[in-house]
Design a protein around this ligand. Structure first.
Ligand SMILES: [Zn+2]
Length: 722
């Protein structure tokens, strides 16, 4: 009866700026999916495709280039000409000096370069400019704002692929101060692929495609347009989101105004102060930022893990490279790796050192656990050299409002809904009727909110996820009961029909799909308009209109599928979620907060119920007397939930979102108003933003007055979309 929901997620259009004339055709396809489910599948497939070798890459490709370290024994057929001694290669000649000078631009810059040649200057070492500004992004990642400027790329004395040295202009950009850590990677993408585990260690075992997808996820999480087309892997340099650095950007940032072999000079004996490499690493990675930074404040540009660049690798590219913003050759089998790694010799850690590596992990020759990356983002300067060389780079101010940068709204909030949820028939007079959902979804449609949300279509969850919370026997008993037409399951208030089992599986499946979409960065958060509800369901028992414990299963799913450590469940349904608390009562990795009417059904949830064993303190119950309203709820959220949640530091937040504490509910006796639901939403959202990049999925539970449901759901969704 309802609604063709439309996904409005649109990949960035492939538009090149005139400056980037060397850019290969960046033709990203405009795509609007009709079905949320179809979109999900498509994304998953694309992700797989990006893990495979790109652009016709054959099944076996090899590392090439300047010998950035030890190659795996199976790659012994690769040419690998290393220099005998690095100390023999002191920098000579003048070349081009840095042209970043504050206040210089255009002619002044050209003049400065001319003066340098005219006077026969010998060196341009050491920081040429004041230290660029360090900024913090919306998700709390430190970046350095690099002003645009000229530099000499390559080396006269290095490997063949570093020649000829040539002058290059690079527009202003932001670059990560550190290599992407496992903690950052896990928060946005999927499981942590790293071999050497540790939150502060750089992520490794990352193929080029996964690095690009991380960039896209981070862009979406901060309200920017993703740069990579998930189908073609083409980078849209005009998009304002994150991407891998071009090779020129990487070397420019690494050199930091220097022309010597290393940013600290030419003496490789000093490398140990600046890098984790073969001589000092103990054959493993180390926490980022534990060696000295380069003159611009960037850490681990040398060593630790080698870093993917956006460019395709070609040995002879420097001979034909354009002068301004080079983006690498259009075709090739290998991608550029820069910066040396924990297993590299000193020579490979030089600023100019290059290496080509197959983008797919299965073809990597360079040790896979020695490959990571860092991100860049363009600064909105218009691209001219004046714009940012004249003044300090501005602080970036992400603007994640409903208006996207290209006139299309960025995907922010998902909606799980499907007509299948109407098929759970509880019989006449039962409070849990299908109209509860249609009242909410119709309102979202009337108010124009629906079209701004990403539609997520439900599919039945796999039983293996349901049995993370419920026993196999119970699942089978419920299935059989529905098939055989029993009138109810366990208690009279939990009636079943033939479809109930399948509908309940779809409720779980829709929520898990929303969790996936958030984890993949397609949406920031989601509201799941599902039936039947879940928070009373116990391991072996249906209870209080609930059959499968939706949020509890979602929490376990996030932990097992997405490898998240800690989940926060906020339950503002008027009833205590006894099933949820029971599922995690002894588990310190799931924090359960409930504010509820007390005494009331199901009579659990005393303030003294704080968890058991190691989990004591991770369950927080705030029982309130009938008649409590906005003031009591806000106080509980601000004074009890917020400090406890911030101390717990969840990796994901789930809401058991009942609207039955609303004044005028048919079951609850509380007096919460519609505007208060928006405020509670903002508090919980604020916790998610502070702790886990805003990752939040809200799951509908109770609420039995149709008018209340419509208005409270609207307020809740509007706050989620803010
Ligand atoms: Zn309830």
């Amino acid at each position: 009866m309802l609604l063709a929901l439309q996904s409005l997620w649109v990949p960035p259009r492939g538009v090149c700026t005139p400056l980037l004339d060397a850019l290969p055709e960046a033709a990203a396809r405009l795509r609007v999916d009709d079905e949320g489910g179809q979109f999900m599948t498509q994304f998953a497939e694309n992700r797989q495709a990006l893990s495979r070798p790109l652009r016709g890459l054959g099944p076996r490709a090899h590392a090439e280039g300047g010998g950035l370290g030890h190659l795996r024994p199976e790659c012994g057929d690769v040419e690998h000409d290393e220099k005998d001694s690095i100390s023999a290669y002191a920098a000579t000649g003048c070349g081009y000096s840095m042209g970043i000078g504050i206040g210089s631009c255009g002619r002044a810059l050209a003049l400065a370069l001319l003066c340098c040649f005219g006077s026969g200057c010998e060196k341009a070492e050491g920081p040429a400019t004041p230290k660029p500004e360090i900024v913090s992004t919306k998700s709390g990642i430190e970046m350095v704002a690099i002003p645009g400027g000229w530099f000499e790329m390559g080396s006269r004395t290095g490997q063949a692929d570093e020649r000829p040295p040539h002058k290059v202009w690079v527009d202003a950009f932001l670059i990560d101060r550190y290599e992407v850590t496992q903690e950052q990677y896990k928060k946005l993408v999927l499981a942590d692929p790293a071999h050497f585990k540790g939150d502060r260690l750089p992520v490794e075992m990352v193929n080029w495609g996964d690095a690009a997808l991380y960039c896209n996820a981070r862009s979406r999480a901060e309200g920017f347009s993703p740069c990579y087309d998930p189908e073609t892997a083409q980078c849209d340099f005009s998009a304002d989101g994150y991407r891998l650095p071009t090779e020129a950007e990487w070397e420019y940032a690494c050199r930091a105004g220097t022309r010597s072999d290393y940013p600290f000079g030419n003496d490789p004996r000093l490398l140990a102060d600046h890098a984790w490499f073969a001589n000092n690493s103990g054959n493993r990675t180390h926490p980022v930022g534990t060696k000295a930074p380069n003159p611009w404040g960037l850490f681990d540009m040398l060593g630790n893990v080698a870093e993917w660049c956006n460019d395709i690798y070609d040995k002879g590219y420097y001979a034909v490279s354009p002068e301004r913003n080079p983006t690498g050759p259009a075709e090739g089998k290998l991608y550029v790796l820069r910066g040396g790694a924990w297993n590299s010799k000193a020579d490979a850690c030089r600023s100019a050192g290059r290496m080509g590596e197959a983008p797919g992990m299965q073809d990597a020759c360079f040790a896979r656990d020695a490959i990571g990356f860092r991100c860049v983002r363009r600064l909105k300067s218009g691209g001219g050299e004046c714009a940012l060389s004249r003044e300090r780079a501005p602080l970036p101010h992400p603007t994640p409002g409903p208006e996207g940068t290209k006139g299309r709204p960025a995907p922010k909030t998902g909606l799980v809904y499907g007509d299948v949820y109407l098929q759970h028939n509880t019989g006449p007079g039962h409070p849990d009727r299908p109209e509860r959902l249609t009242a909410m979804v119709d309102r979202l449609k009337q108010k124009g909110l629906l079209e701004q949300m990403l539609a997520i279509k439900p599919a039945p969850a796999a039983i293996e996820w349901v049995t993370t919370i419920h026993s196999q026997q119970y699942v089978e008993r419920l299935k059989k009961g529905c098939e055989e037409g029993v009138p109810f399951m366990d208690t009279r208030d939990s009636p079943v029909c033939k479809a109930t089992f399948e509908v309940a599986l779809n409720a779980v499946g829709g929520i898990l799909a929303a969790a996936d979409a958030v984890m993949e960065g397609k949406i920031r958060n989601a509201f799941c308009a599902v039936r039947p509800p879940g928070h009373h369901a116990l391991r072996d028992q249906a209870m209080g209109f609930c059959y499968f414990n939706n949020v509890a299963i979602a929490a376990r799913y996030l932990q097992e599928k997405h490898k998240l450590a800690k989940v926060l469940i906020v339950d503002w349904d008027v009833h205590h979620g006894n099933g949820t608390q029971a599922a995690f009562d002894g588990d310190p990795t799931v924090f359960y907060f409930s504010v509820h009417q007390h005494p009331f059904y199901p009579r659990t949830g005393l303030a003294t119920d704080r968890g058991v064993g190691k989990a004591v303190g991770t369950k927080l119950n705030v029982p309130l007397p009938a008649g409590s309203g906005d003031a009591e709820y806000k106080k509980a959220f601000e004074e009890q939930l917020r400090p406890a949640a911030l101390a717990f530091k969840p990796d994901f937040v789930l809401i058991s979102c009942g609207f039955d504490a609303h004044e005028g509910d048919l079951l609850g006796r509380m007096k919460v108003t519609t505007p208060c639901y928006a405020e509670l939403t903002r508090i919980v959202k604020g916790i998610a933003e502070k702790c886990c990049g805003g990752r939040l999925v809200s799951v509908f539970e109770g609420g039995y007055n149709l008018d209340n449901l419509a208005s409270a759901a609207e307020a809740h969704v509007r706050a989620l979309m803010e």
